[in-house]
Design a protein around this ligand. Structure first.
Ligand SMILES: Cc1ncc(C[n+]2csc(CCOP(=O)(O)OP(=O)(O)O)c2C)c(N)n1
Ligand SMILES: [Mg+2]
Length: 741
C-alpha cells in the first residue's frame, strides 16, 4: 500500500537523488508529490539514456531492487541512511524504497523476470548493490597503501571515484588509525607537489588520487618535478567505465564518461614514470599497488601511475592481504674492490681533488659520510649542484656551496668524483681540464630518461652513493705504504690550511654581500641572512628561488641534512605544495615520536609563486592547519649587479621573471632584446599583483601578510611573521629584493 510522505521527506529523497547523480533531478523529484516516487518522462535536456542512468544511480544509492513499476512506497526510517548523508529530517523518512510490485507481493524481495533488456541490466546490478559488508577493490587498494606504509592520500576526486569515496568513508569509520589520512587538494599539481615534499623529506612515498584523463593532465609539471627530482609517489586515477548499459556496477551513468574516455590514459604521464599500468581486475589490486611502490622506491626513485576503471574498482572481492616483506625495494650494491682501489688511489694522489654531487643528501646519512671522506682526504672540495638536497655542510672547509654547473674549481681540479648528479658542469660555461681523471658514481649513470647525456668520465659505476663513499673512506683509512704517506705529511697539512683559509674567505665574502644596500633596500642574500638569524636553527628551507637560488644558499649556509630541499626539476610551482608536504611530513613524523615538527620556510620567486597555484595552496594550509612561512622574492628592485645604467633603469621599473632575460643574454648578449625593457621582452609583471593578498583571500582571511622593501623594517616584519607561523597560522611576506645580490 502506498503511503504518503511529508514535504521534508520528499525534499530529502530528491536531495539524495540529486547528490548521488551529480545533476539536478528536480524534474524527477517534482513528480514525487502525494507520497509517490515516480520518474518523469524524459524532459528537455535529459535524454532517455541520461534519465535511465540517473534512475539507476538512485536505485543504487537507495539500495532498492529492480524497478518493476514507477511508483514506490516510502517505508519506515533508516537511521543508517539518514546518518550517512548527514541530513536531519523529523520524523526521519525511510530510504529503503521497495518497488510497488514487490511490496504488493507480500514484501518479499524476490526477483521479477526481466521483461526488457533494461530490466536485465538492472537485475544484474541488483546483485552488486552496496552493503556495509561490502569489500571492494577500492577498499583493498587503500588497505594495500596503508600496509605498505603510505599514510596520506592527496585527492582531487571525480566521477571515476564512487567506489573510492565509498571505501574512504568505510575506512575512515572502520579502520581509524590504520587508514590513510585524506587531504583534499583543489588542484592536482598542488596535490602532487605535497606528496613530493613529503617524500623528499622522509623518503616515504605517499599517494595522489586524481580524476581520469583531465585530472591526470592537471598534474602538469609536478610529474616532471617528481621524475627528475627522484621523488617516490604513487599516482592513481580512475578510467572511464568500459560498459555502458549497466552490465556491471560502475557502468556509465554520466555524459562525461563518454568524452573523458581516451585511447591510452597512462600515456599522458608514463614517460615520466618508473612504472605505469592499468588495474585490469580487482582481485590482485594489492599486488599491483605493491609492485608500483616497489618501482617508486627502488633507485632511481620516482613517480608511478596506476589507473583502474570504475567497474574494476567497484568489484566485490574476497578480503585478503599480502606478505609485506615480499615487496621491499630493490637494493643497490656498492663499488667493486677494484673500483674502490682506483678511486681511492686517484683521490690520495690528487693535488686538487673535487667531489660534485646533486642528490647525495637525499639520504641523510650521506652528508656526514662525505664529511668523513673530506676529513680523510684533506684538501677535498665538495660542490653541490642543486640536484635538490643539502649534500654537504657549509661549515666544513671543503664547502663550495651550491652552483648550477659552473664554478672555478671545476676547471682546475685534477681528480673529480661525480656522485649522484645530473649536471656536474655545463661544458659551454665551464669545462674540466683535459687531463682531469673523472669517476662517475650514480644510481643511474646512463641517465636513461635523458636522450642526450654524457660526461667524459674515465669510469662510471651504477652504485649506491652512501655505500660507495663509505667504501672509499674505509679504503683510505686503512691505507698503508705510499697511499698512507700521500694522505698525511706536510704537503697535506698545507693543503688543509689552504682550504681553511679559503673557506673563511668565502664566508667573509658572503657576509659582505649580504649587507643592506646604500638606498636602504636589500637583496635576497641579506634577506636570507636575517632569516637564518631569526628562524629556528633546524628550520627546513623549501626553495624555488630561480635566479636567486645561489644567493639564498650562500646566506642560509645549511649544515643539517634534510634542511635544504629545492625543487627537483624545472617545472615552476613546486614549492607551494612542496612546502606544505614538507611541513605535514615533519609534523606527522614528529608526532609519532611525541615530538613537534620543524619550522618550514618556503622561499619562492614572484613569478614562480604565481605558478604554484596559491589559490589552492593557502586554502589547504588553512583547512588542514599547515602553517608555513612563505617568502616571495619580488624582484622589482634595484640591481647591484654591474649592468649599463640604461638597462639598470629599465630593470628598476620592471618586475617579474629574471630568468628568461638571463637565458636570452647567454645566447644573444648583444641582441635587440639585451637593450630593451622587461615589458618589451614580455617578462614583466606590471602592474605588480598583490602576492600576499592572493594567499589571504584563499585562506578566507586567516593568514598573516606583510610587504617589506626596507632593510630597516625587515627584522620586525620577519619576527612577527615567524611568531604567527609558530602560533599555527600561515604567513606570506612580499619582499622586494634587489637583483644580483
Ligand atoms: C612550468 C614552467 N613554465 C615556464 C618555465 C620557464 N621559466 C623558467 S624561470 C621563469 C621565470 C621565473 O620567475 P621568478 O620566479 O620571478 O624568478 P626570477 O627569474 O625573477 O628569479 C620561467 C617562466 C618553467 N621553468 N616552468
Ligand atoms: Mg622574479
Amino acid at each position: 500500500m502506498l503511503r504518503r510522505v511529508t514535504p521534508p521527506q520528499l525534499r530529502l529523497l530528491s536531495t539524495l537523488a540529486n547528490r548521488k547523480c551529480g545533476r539536478n533531478l528536480s524534474s524527477t523529484a517534482a513528480v514525487c508529490g502525494r507520497g509517490r516516487i515516480s520518474f518523469a518522462p524524459p524532459t528537455q535536456g535529459h535524454t532517455n539514456t541520461d534519465r535511465r542512468h540517473h534512475t539507476l544511480a538512485w536505485y543504487q544509492e537507495l539500495d532498492v531492487g529492480a524497478p518493476a513499476a514507477t511508483e514506490y512506497d516510502v517505508p519506515a526510517a533508516s537511521p543508517e541512511a539518514t546518518g550517512r548523508n548527514n541530513i536531519k529530517a523529523a520524523p526521519a523518512p525511510g530510504l529503503n524504497l521497495r518497488p510497488r510490485r514487490l511490496q504488493q507481493d507480500g514484501g518479499a524481495t524476490r526477483r521479477i523476470a526481466p521483461a526488457t533488456r533494461q530490466f536485465s541490466v538492472i537485475q544484474s546490478r541488483r546483485a552488486h548493490t552496496s552493503s556495509p559488508k561490502m569489500y571492494t577493490a577500492s577498499f583493498a587498494f587503500f588497505e594495500a597503501l596503508w600496509d605498505a606504509g603510505v599514510t596520506h592520500c592527496f585527492v582531487n576526486l571525480g566521477s571515476d571515484h564512487p567506489s573510492i569515496i565509498e571505501a574512504m568513508v568505510k575506512g575512515q569509520r572502520e579502520k581509524k588509525g590504520s587508514f590513510p589520512r585524506i587531504i583534499t587538494c583543489p588542484n592536482e599539481m598542488v596535490a602532487m607537489s605535497m606528496a613530493d615534499g613529503y617524500a623528499r623529506l622522509t623518503g616515504k612515498p605517499q599517494c595522489v588520487i586524481v580524476h581520469v584523463d583531465v585530472g591526470t593532465q592537471g598534474l602538469g609539471a609536478a610529474v616532471h618535478n617528481a621524475s627528475t627530482g627522484r621523488a617516490p609517489i604513487l599516482l592513481f586515477a580512475g578510467l572511464s567505465p568500459f560498459t555502458l548499459e549497466g552490465e556491471m556496477r560502475g557502468s556509465r551513468t554520466e555524459y562525461i564518461h563518454w568524452i573523458q574516455d581516451v585511447p591510452d590514459q597512462k600515456q599522458i604521464v608514463s614517460q615520466y614514470c618508473r612504472y605505469a599500468a592499468e588495474l585490469k581486475t580487482g582481485v590482485n589490486v594489492k599486488q599491483m599497488v605493491n609492485r608500483a611502490l616497489q618501482f617508486a622506491r627502488s633507485d632511481p626513485q620516482g613517480p608511478v601511475y596506476l589507473c583502474g576503471a570504475r567497474e574494476v574498482m567497484e568489484a566485490d572481492i574476497e578480503p585478503y592481504s599480502v606478505k609485506q616483506d615480499d615487496w621491499e625495494r630493490v637494493e643497490l650494491g656498492g663499488l667493486t674492490s677494484k673500483a674502490v682501489d682506483e678511486i681511492a688511489t686517484a683521490l690520495a694522489a690528487a693535488k686538487e681533488p673535487l667531489l660534485i654531487t646533486g642528490y647525495g643528501g637525499r639520504n641523510h646519512a650521506v652528508p656526514p659520510a662525505l664529511v668523513k671522506l673530506a676529513n680523510t682526504v684533506k684538501g677535498l672540495r665538495v660542490l653541490d649542484t642543486g640536484g635538490s638536497d643539502m649534500c654537504f655542510p657549509a661549515d666544513h672547509p671543503g664547502w663550495l656551496g651550491l652552483r648550477f654547473g659552473s664554478e672555478p674549481y671545476i676547471k682546475s681540479a685534477d681528480v673529480i668524483v661525480v656522485v649522484d648528479c645530473d649536471v656536474p658542469y655545463i661544458t659551454t660555461q665551464c669545462r674540466p681540464r683535459p687531463d682531469a681523471k673523472i669517476f662517475h658514481i650514480d644510481v643511474d649513470p646512463l641517465k636513461q630518461m635523458m636522450p642526450l647525456f654524457y660526461i667524459a668520465a674515465q669510469k662510471r659505476y651504477r652504485a649506491d652513493a652512501l655505500t660507495s663513499i663509505e667504501q672509499i673512506t674505509a679504503r683510505l683509512e686503512k691505507a698503508d705504504g705510499e697511499l698512507a704517506a700521500q694522505l698525511s705529511g706536510s704537503a697535506r697539512e698545507e693543503q688543509w690550511k689552504k682550504l681553511q683559509a679559503e673557506h673563511k674567505e668565502r664566508i667573509d665574502g658572503v657576509l659582505s654581500k649580504t649587507k643592506p644596500l646604500d638606498d636602504g633596500g636589500f637583496g635576497t642574500g641579506h634577506l636570507c641572512s636575517k632569516l637564518r638569524e631569526l628562524c629556528p636553527e633546524d628550520t627546513i628551507w623549501a626553495v624555488e628561488a630561480v635566479t636567486n637560488t645561489a644567493f639564498a644558499h650562500d646566506a642560509l649556509q645549511p649544515t643539517l641534512p634534510g634542511s635544504w630541499i629545492n625543487c627537483g626539476g624545472g617545472g615552476l610551482g613546486w614549492s607551494g605544495g612542496g612546502a606544505l608536504g614538507i611541513k605535514l611530513a615533519t609534523d606527522y613524523e614528529a608526532q609519532l615520536k611525541g615530538q613537534k615538527g620543524k619550522f618550514v620556510v618556503q622561499i619562492v620567486g614572484d613569478g614562480t609563486y604565481l605558478f604554484s597555484v596559491p589559490g589552492s595552496v593557502y586554502w589547504i594550509a588553512r583547512r588542514y592547519n599547515i602553517p608555513v612561512l612563505t617568502i616571495v622574492l619580488n624582484n622589482k628592485g634595484k640591481s647591484k649587479a654591474s649592468c649599463p645604467p640604461a638597462l639598470l633603469e629599465m630593470l628598476t621599473r620592471s618586475s617579474g621573471w629574471n630568468a628568461p632575460r638571463k637565458s636570452l643574454l647567454l645566447v644573444h648578449p648583444d641582441g635587440e632584446g639585451s637593450k630593451v625593457s622587461n615589458e618589451e621582452i614580455n617578462i614583466s609583471f606590471q602592474p605588480v599583483p598583490d602576492y600576499a593578498g592572493i594567499a589571504k583571500a584563499a585562506a578566507g582571511g586567516e593568514l598573516h601578510t606583510a610587504r617589506v622593501d626596507k632593510a630597516a623594517d625587515l627584522e620586525d616584519v620577519l619576527k612577527k611573521a615567524i611568531e604567527v607561523v609558530q602560533g599555527g597560522q600561515a604567513a606570506v611576506l612580499d619582499c622586494k629584493v634587489a637583483l644580483g645580490c
